[in-house]
Design a protein around this ligand. Sequence first.
Ligand code: CDP
Length: 219
Amino acid sequence: VLLRFKDSITALDGEKHDVIHRKAEVNAAVSAELFKMLEQEKIPTHFLRLKEATLMQVRRLRMIPVEVVCRNIAAGKLVKSYPFFKHGEKLKTPLVEFFLKDDKRHDPLLSEEHMIASGLASKEEVKKLKMITLKVNSVLRKFMLKRGLLLVDFKIEVGRDHRGTLRVGDELNIDSMRIWDKKTGEVKDKDIYRKGGRLDEVARTYYQSYKLILGRDFK
Ligand code: CDP
């Protein structure tokens, strides 16, 4: 399967929509780098290769229509939903959450029991999903820390390959994670856009994060 990355940026379940010059290249390059790193750490992904700057060749997966979120620090929906999580506070332990992919219903939270009872995934798969997610967290967190970044949270999507093996699919870049500068706490991800930042500022954040993550200038 060939995945084409786009320059479009959306938020609020698609209500907010804009175009960021060359964002596709940034997201494709960051995703490729992070997928390669996961594969090196023996975490199965759909990644095969980057064919062009914005075109990624991947294995076909039957996707589980669930967004798996993992959090280390409280932010976003978690803080809005519950009174006891304060923005920026470190969680006692990494938290894995499941959300149904359904923008019209604003991606409702799913318990493990919802997943199993509905047949979205088997009990065994739910257990594996959590293991995969926590391993991605541990690898990604260390990777970011080495680059002066705190991994606040991220989202992955997982699917089954032709053998039924679970693999991380979709994308993995600053559209799907929160990263903060370790020293200053500065936001280095899509939250700049969600919070109404000017489009040139948003673009600058994407180019800067490319440099931080890949260790070379975005040219
Ligand atoms: O970002 P928001 O407050 O809507 O949701 P969240 O549950 O706090 O987001 C947790 C993490 O998952 C953040 O890193 C988001 O960027 C990511 N996410 C995503 O990539 N796609 C979504 N549809 C929802 C969240």
